[in-house]
Design a protein around this ligand. Structure first.
Ligand code: DC
Length: 236
């Protein structure tokens, strides 16, 4: 039984969902910096749990081991919202969190309803500590974590653009290696499908979310457009 979202809060909340590589973290973190808001990238929680399980040689489908790790993680997590640094028992997890393997492992444990249920209160707690406003990104933020968000955005981009961004090769004049581009597209597509087809809290656009397609925007254009969206819908 998933507890419902808290009914009273003082900070503004913008929920951002969308597929892998749509630019959520680079855009949302800079928008928060400019607005003086807190950025909560919920993917780091799934990535951390999967990484710790791997480090301890636990299976990623062992519910007992995963719930033990999550309980311990909720107690020992040191998270800096300004730098997004993630510490656990004094170990800096950040350098290992954003590998392709950690993303795949995170997507794999994110299918597990128990993992989702146990991580839900932590996502809300980290967000509600924000003094003014927060942008929270993930896959189920507008549907499950904060269905009462002040604004919901579904951020997306074409598969081609997302793959090119992943390769860091959107800059003019660079010719991506076609085989590498295809491999990255396949990997992104597999993760999208795994996230969208799971039974619990799948990646879907909330009915009241605004679709924000960044395919034709560069990073600055995306940041400016998101700030505009927020200022149009919320008094900031
Ligand atoms: O946003 P990300 O790529 O760091 O997320 C890693 C994986 O974690 C993603 O493939 C699915 C899962 N995830 C999720 O299921 N729900 C969230 N709110 C955030 C991430």
């Amino acid at each position: 039984m998933i507890p419902s979202a808290p009914s009273s809060r003082t900070c503004k909340i913008v929920a951002v969902d969308g597929p892998a590589g749509s630019g959520k973290s680079s855009v949302c973190s800079e928008v928060c910096r400019q607005l003086g808001w807190t950025y909560v990238n919920t993917g780091f929680l799934y990535r951390s749990i999967a990484l710790i399980a791997r480090q301890r040689n636990q299976r990623l489908d062992d519910n007992e081991a995963l719930s033990g790790i999550i309980n311990e993680f909720c107690e020992a997590l040191q998270w800096d919202p300004k730098t997004q640094a993630v510490g656990f028992h004094g170990q800096n997890l950040s350098p290992q969190l954003y590998t392709d393997q950690a993303g795949k492992d995170a997507s794999s444990i994110a299918k597990n309803p128990l993992v989702r249920e146990l991580l839900l209160p932590l996502q809300r707690k980290l967000t509600l500590q924000s003094p003014v406003g927060a942008i929270v990104d993930g896959r189920d933020i507008g549907t499950v974590v904060f269905p009462d968000a002040d604004l919901k955005i579904f951020m997306t981009a074409s598969l081609e653009v997302r793959a090119l961004r992943r390769m860091g090769q959107l800059q003019e004049g660079q010719q991506p290696d076609p085989a590498e581009l295809e491999a990255i597209k396949t990997s992104i597509l597999q993760r999208d499908q795994q996230d969208a087809k799971r039974g619990t809290a799948p990646l879907i656009q909330a009915p009241d979310a605004i679709v924000f397609d960044t395919s034709d925007l560069d990073i600055k254009g995306s940041i400016d457009a998101m700030i505009q969206l927020i200022k149009t819908h919320i008094k900031v």
